[in-house]
Design a protein around this ligand. Sequence first.
Ligand code: ATP
Ligand code: MG
Length: 256
Amino acid sequence: MAKIFCVANQKGGVGKTTTTVNLAAGLAKLNQRVLLVDLDPQGNATMGAGINKAGLAASTYEVMLGESDVATARLRSEAGRFDVLPSNRELAGAEVEMVVLDNRERRLKLALAAVDQDYDFILIDCPPALSMLTLNGLCAAHGVIIPMQCEYYALEGLSDLVNTIKKVHANLNQDLKIIGLLRVMFDPRMTLSQQVSAQLEQHFGDKVFKTIIPRNVRLAEAPSYGMPGVTFDPSSKGAQAYIAFGAEMVERIKKM
Ligand code: ATP
Ligand code: MG
C-alpha cells in the first residue's frame, strides 16, 4: 500500500512544488514507485515534471469531480521516472463545484484508493491556501511535509497550518500526522538562516528533517527545461540534497 504525503504550506513561494517534484524524482532514483498529484490549479508541478498542462485529456479536475479516474488521467514523467496526475487552471473551478457533492473533503482520498497498489509513495503538491483542495489533500494523506524558508517570518502562519492539521486529524482523518518541517532555500552564509534553523530544531525536535535543502540556482532553472532538478543536474548541491531527502523519507516510512 502506498504511503501518501501532502506537501503543504499556505504561504506562497516557499518551495512546495520544487520539493514535491524533486522528492518524487529522488525517490524514483531510489527505485520507489511514485505518483505525484498536482493539486494546484497553477499546474507548476505538472510543468516541472515535463508535462504540458495545456490540452490535458483528463486531469485532477475531472478526477475530483468523478468524471475520470486516476488510472485514466495519470501521465508519465519520462524526465523524472514517476507518474503524474496533472492539473491546470480548470482545477480552480473544482473548488466551487465540489461544494454540492457528497464527501466533498474525501474526493481525492476515494480516487487514490483505486491506485494504491501501484505505488510506494503518493506525493501531493498543495496550492498556497487552506482551501477545499488542500483539505482534500490533508484528508487523503498519512502525513504532511512542510517546507519552510529559514527567515524571520518563517514561523508566522505556521500555527494556522498546524491548527488546521490538528482539526483534520480530530474530525476527518485520524491517520494524519506532521511528518516533518523541511528547511529549504537555505543559505548557510546568513546568520539569520542559522538562527531560525536552530530555533526550529529547538521547538520541533525530531519533527525537523535532518536533510537541509540549500538555495541552488540549478533547482530554479530546471523547470524551464521541463525537468526535475534531480535529473537536470544530478551532481548539483540541490539535486544531491533532494536525493538525500528521499533516502530520509524511505527510512521514515519504515517506522510508520
Ligand atoms: P506556490 O505557493 O506558488 O505554489 P511553492 O511553494 O510551490 O509556490 P516553488 O514554486 O517550489 O514554491 O518555489 C518558488 C520559487 O523559488 C521558484 O522560482 C523556485 O524555482 C525557487 N526555488 C525553490 N526552491 C529553491 C532552492 N532550493 N533554491 C533556489 N530556488 C528555489
Ligand atoms: Mg507550488
